[in-house]
Design a protein around this ligand. Sequence first.
Ligand code: SAM
Ligand code: FES
Length: 361
Amino acid sequence: MQFFSCVFHNRIIQSAIMQKFIDKAVKTHRLEHSELLALLTDDSCDAAVCAAADQVRRQYVGNDVHLRGLIEFSNICRNNCLYCGIRKDNAKVRRYRLEPDELVETARKAAAIGFKTIVMQSGEDMYYTAARLCPVIEQIKKFGVAVTLSIGERPYADYKAFREAGADRYLMRIETTDKELYRRLDPDMDWQHRLDCLLMIRELGYELGSGIMVGLPNQTPESIADDLLFLQKLDVDMAGIGPFIPHPDTPLKDAGGGTLPLALKTMALMRLLLPDINIPATTAMESLHPRGRILALQAGANVVMPNVTEGEYRRLYELYPGKICVNDTPAHCRSCIGLKIASIGRGIAADCGFHKKAPRS
Ligand code: SAM
Ligand code: FES
């Protein structure tokens, strides 16, 4: 009996400590590494962290959700990231790329059904030189949308040319700040070079998006806490946090993968640290749970990126198994997510959703 009362007592103390950290984060948007680690490793505080992030999201960025139309325009990649379904050495992938005119036409249709941002994502496909991509960006900008690029590591001259052609934002996850883990998972790539690319992108005046995966093999809670502090220090305009989902045709096929609760809590902590940024409810979260994106919108997220790629390309851009909406049309996805967002009492933003920085203390 005394044993149970002791356990109960310890739990109450532990929960009071976690609440103290959460209250501090809500008020100051600062947490020490040890505090983040404590929150990340105590499952009993998951709901409280997510509720606090929901409150901070409402206070800083409001209730409207920004929709970004995602075009996956090439699954050709020169890299071999061990986790990624479209890695160069995956011979089972049927490769495709949209030609520039198809890409512009896909963006035109997405703008016509109301998307205010077009996200152009691909593997590192060097067919798309600056000379080929800049005219595409220029034409898409004429549809009155913001343009986000997510095409990986490029030379400075390319980033500059894309920016001058009108690209507004650039999204490139750092994936992990554990350099040893990065070296193992991203062979032939260099963590410092990826960071240098992010810094170039920032310097060129893009809105900077980055992020991480959680649940990578041998990733520790300590390194996730490092990741969160890194993204805070980098002062990103957007942070994408998604669970790693093992792909059967990759070297990591037998890895455990990330869980939705950990992805949600990590994302919620990101909201507490960077209260005014844009945070997407990631598609990978919905691949793990049918309400994954809605749960994310209720735990700090304020952005959704519905897929506006057309036809069979949706299926061929398979980073991980269980990708959602592969048989749907862009218009269907737009209306489906609209209904889901309305069902939780949230609206869809009418503007392009640029990051509005709140004064920081
Ligand atoms: N090539 C660009 C780049 O490197 O930024 C954009 C495409 S890349 C496939 C987009 C993101 O997908 C990666 O940054 C990674 O975080 C995520 N990703 C890749 N494989 C994944 C997997 N198996 N599970 C979850 N997310 C994955
Ligand atoms: Fe290049 Fe995944 S390995 S996009």
